[in-house]
Write a protein that binds this ligand. Structure first.
Ligand SMILES: C[S@@+](CC[C@H](N)C(=O)[O-])C[C@H]1O[C@@H](n2cnc3c(N)ncnc32)[C@H](O)[C@@H]1O
Length: 269
């Protein structure tokens, strides 16, 4: 199946316009991932497919496109230094701040992919607040792709995927379900609200977040898209709240009102 220049531009424009993801340098990725999907689903050409996506009022074809084209690679304990920073610096700050208020911890994993990130964050929270069960540690985890969210909600992982976790966490928070797979126990799964959310949209979640994890997702966005997204997140962060980005990412000083704390960690004054 041939991808013409005009079909390529239409796909790039659609994905950039709707989801902020810039695939203009990713022609090989598009053909590599989409060709099989098109053949399996009986499309004769990329043109026929992109017309369907552009016209589909339900948005379902668009969802499938996102499921096929997004890069969802993640793993347990990724960027461990952030979890340490959370445990040592941020959670004591939240405890101090919220002790005499709602005892509500407000954390958002904003590109949560298949769930490894929010589950690991939740394990850190469980350890930290183990002495006082009256804290509400439920957190929000969102992603654009419905496919990864389904996987995240199921909480089912291969033994090799949970291998990086400390043994105590593996024992405490997972149940073996067959020879190869383990499932996160319901008590921990219930402490994460998984929702589909496009980071290009207005943020309508209630209340302000103490911490936002926005890790390894802005790599797909251009500078203006990043600037606007950071601005929306800033508006929804509590004063003194923190933002984590991926350790290989950076933000231009001029692009954000967040204050630089150390590489990949920012704070709202
Ligand atoms: C590489 S994963 C990062 C997962 C995790 N945060 C980590 O650092 O390991 C990037 C995720 O961003 C999601 N994503 C891409 N564009 C998005 C958008 N516009 N809105 C919400 N999520 C998006 C993808 O679906 C993918 O699951």
């Amino acid at each position: 199946m041939q991808l013409t220049d005009s079909e390529f531009s239409r796909i790039v424009n659609h994905v950039k316009g709707r989801y902020g993801i810039d695939l203009s340098q990713k022609r090989v990725l598009i053909t590599g991932r989409l060709e099989n999907y098109l053949l399996r689903n009986g499309y004769q050409s990329y043109g026929e497919y992109i017309s369907k996506v552009e016209k589909d009022p339900t948005g379902n074809e668009g969802k499938n496109l996102v499921n096929v084209l997004t890069t969802n690679h993640t793993y347990f304990m990724r960027e461990f230094e952030h979890l340490e920073y959370l445990r040592k610096i941020i959670l004591p700050w939240i405890r101090e701040k919220e002790q005499n208020r709602g005892k509500d911890v407000r954390i958002w994993s904003a590109a949560s992919s298949t769930g490894e990130e929010p589950y690991t964050i939740q394990m850190v929270l469980q350890d930290f607040f183990s002495m006082d069960k009256s804290w509400d540690t439920q957190i929000l985890a969102t992603d654009l792709s419905t496919k990864v969210l389904l996987k995240a909600k199921s909480g089912i992982y291969l033994g090799e995927q949970i291998a990086p976790l400390p043994d105590t966490w593996k024992k405490r928070y997972f149940k073996r379900i067959n020879n190869e797979e383990f499932q996160v126990i319901p008590e921990l799964r219930n402490k994460i609200v998984f929702k589909q959310f496009n980071l290009m949209d207005q943020i309508t979640f209630k209340g302000l977040f103490h911490v936002v994890f926005l890790r390894n997702v802005m790599i797909y966005f251009d500078n203006e898209t990043k600037r606007q997204l950071l601005d929306r997140i800033y508006q929804h962060t509590a004063s003194g709240g923190y933002l984590f980005i991926g350790t290989t990412e950076s933000i231009d000083k001029e692009a954000t009102a967040f204050e630089y704390v150390q590489p990949s960690i920012y704070r709202k004054k």
